[in-house]
Design a protein around this ligand. Structure first.
Ligand code: IMP
Ligand code: MG
Length: 409
């Protein structure tokens, strides 16, 4: 079987964690290739909710877990999650790439400091130090996981840099010792490991964090995350050839959410938005912030399908819309009276874009039974397939693994 990559097609929180957990049985390992503990991957199993930020979502299925060099790694978060897993009676079969850039307490300070400089227009980061960690790697000031494990990285230049603008520099010796212990015996060459698994006939799953529209280059810059979120970052972020990427499954919610600042053309003001937020439990899994809620945006999805080379689609949280009387999807934007269906062209003026909606049959009161999609939902699925030119292979109708409908093999 080929490898499979799962990526978000919106602004994150599409329900990737659930889909990864659902498919994990078919794969030998689950691999994180981007982002860091800014992610919040929620898995509901037997009525219990688990949220992980750093460990790949294959963990409940006891898969081999790999964290690639494209990830900004916070050793303390890693330790917490390993502890959580141990409490559940599981031991992680984990390898962290030695090239992972680290998040030290200083990067978290820098995250807050920079948000403070932005005044009235903060990005609304998760303050997990992710952007700063990548920036410090580009400046070649921060240690990588392997450097720390070997104990041969000198932090003095980084500290001198931070002294130029931070009043207080915390003592990092405790953090360094702890992190060394946490990483001891766990670092290696993740790309090499993936290739060895593939050579032995085992396929792996790549688990994306955040969503396409938060990509550092192709998203709604500057309201984006500090890393790449699209499928083409799998090879680059892991050190494997392009051919090893395999199939790309894009995940989209039946509506849209966004956490933090930035343009959001289909945002729903007032009561309907509030209702979807409540029904969909749309509160940040990492920060607890209420997520902004909007209608499904086909313009954004088309762009995301193109950027990721999506070969199949998973549509999630269809059940939430059965509590909502209205149903709309955005099929274009109007900017200064001119209509466009091209997200890329609209991007520089997205804040002024007025959505052009198409009203669809409401899902209100629909009964979602196993392996049967009611007509209104089927209609949306077919509309998406036609517009996006990809098959919708999975429809998720609830939090539990069992509430997953397979439409095509
Ligand atoms: P950062 O990744 O913490 O730098 O945050 C940058 C932007 O990405 C902010 O708008 C965050 O709310 C958003 N963001 C980061 N991670 C996630 C995620 O996992 N889901 C949704 N939004 C995210
Ligand atoms: Mg999330």
């Amino acid at each position: 079987m080929r490898n499979l990559c799962i990526v978000g097609l919106q602004w994150g929180d599409e329900g990737k964690g659930k889909i990864v957990d659902y498919y994990a049985d078919r794969f030998h390992a689950v691999v994180r290739f981007n982002g860091g503990s800014n992610a919040g991957h929620t898995i509901v199993h037997n009525g219990r909710t688990f949220v992980f930020h750093l460990l790949p979502s294959g963990l409940l299925k006891k898969k081999r877990l790999l964290i690639g060099p494209g990830v900004a790694l916070d050793p303390l978060t890693l330790n917490e999650e390993l502890g959580m897993l141990a409490k559940e009676g599981g031991e992680a079969d984990l390898m962290v790439d030695e090239r992972c850039t680290l998040v030290t307490p200083l990067e978290k300070e820098l995250d807050s400091f920079i948000e403070g400089l932005r005044g009235a227009k903060p990005i609304g980061t998760t303050k997990r130090g992710i952007g700063p960690s990548y920036a410090m790697r580009a400046l070649r000031l921060t240690p990588r996981a392997g450097d720390l494990a070997k104990g041969d990285f000198d932090l003095s230049s980084a500290i001198a840099f931070y002294r130029t603008f931070l009043k207080e520099i915390p003592d990092l010796s405790g953090w360094t010792e702890n992190s060394k212990k946490i990483l001891a015996g766990r670092t290696g060459d993740v790309g090499g490991e993936i290739m060895a698994l593939n050579d032995a006939g085992h396929s792996v799953m790549f688990e994306g964090a955040q969503g396409t529209l938060l990509d550092l280059i192709f998203g709604t810059y500057p309201f984006v995350t500090g890393a790449h979120t699209i499928a083409s970052y799998v090879p680059a972020g892991l050190g494997i050839p392009n051919g090893a990427l395999g199939d790309v499954m894009g995940v989209a919610k039946a509506y849209t959410t966004r956490v933090g600042g930035g343009p959001f053309p289909t945002e729903i003001p007032g009561e309907t938005g509030e209702q979807i937020r409540k029904e969909g439990k749309e509160y940040g899994a990492t920060t607890g912030r209420p997520r902004r809620v909007g209608w499904l945006d086909i313009v954004g999805l088309k762009y995301a399908v193109r950027l990721n080379g999506v070969s199949e689609l998973a549509l999630t949280k269809v059940d939430i819309l059965t509590k909502i009387r209205e149903m709309k999807v955005c099929v274009g934007y109007s900017i200064d009276g001119e209509e466009t269906g091209d997200f890329s062209k609209a991007l520089p003026r997205l804040a002024e874009a007025k959505p052009v909606y198409r009203t669809m049959p409401s899902f209100y009161g629909l009964e979602l039974r196993e392996n049967h999609l009611p007509q209104a939902a089927e209609q949306l699925v077919e509309f998406l397939e036609e517009e996006l030119k990809v098959k919708v292979t999975l429809v998720s109708t609830g939090e539990e693994r069992s509430a997953t409908m397979q439409r095509h093999a």
